[in-house]
Design a protein around this ligand. Structure first.
Ligand code: UDP
Ligand code: MG
Length: 139
């Protein structure tokens, strides 16, 4: 079904703060099912490739440094309206602007170290998992 999956990463700040469990609990509680999952650390080169769309932005260097600074959890999530519903669950990029009850409001440390990634479109929700998962790693 189109639009039924999205891609997330639990970022280094969330992993470092022992928030993998609480964040996954919020994800499950909101009705998402895990279709693939991996615990790993990105190299600077890999983080740079994943965020290449932001190459010209002033925060790109810092973002790449940060996203390769420690392990992350990458996952494919399934639910009807997965992309939109997951963006609503994670909240605004800047946690000071995120709604109460969102993952970023609850767990983010700053606009850069903002706990989680979530795909911003159905197109990117198809592309982004290919960076992390083979067909054999999806269920
Ligand atoms: N980011 C940052 N400073 C900014 C904007 C974004 O450090 O001013 C980081 C932040 O970690 C964010 C990521 O870059 O999650 C990607 O930015 P985007 O605008 O795509 O935000 P998102 O889609 O993650 O909400
Ligand atoms: Mg984005």
């Amino acid at each position: 079904m189109a639009g039924s999956t999205t891609f997330t990463m639990l970022k280094p700040d969330a992993v470092e703060a022992n928030n993998i469990g609480p964040i996954l609990a919020m994800i499950n509680k909101a009705g998402f099912t895990v279709k693939a999952m991996k615990y790993m650390q990105l190299t600077k080169e890999q983080a740079g490739l994943f965020y290449a769309v932001h190459k010209e932005r002033p925060f790109y260097g810092e973002l790449v440094q940060y996203m390769s600074s420690g392990p992350i959890v990458a996952a494919i999530l399934s639910k009807t309206n997965a992309v939109t519903d997951y963006r609503n669950l994670i909240g605004a990029t800047d946690p000071t602007k995120a709604d109460e009850g969102t993952i970023r409001k609850t767990f983010a440390k700053s606009i850069a170290a903002n706990a989680v990634h979530g795909s911003d479109s159905d197109e990117n929700a198809e592309i982004e998992p290919n960076f992390f998962f083979s067909a054999l790693e999806r269920f």
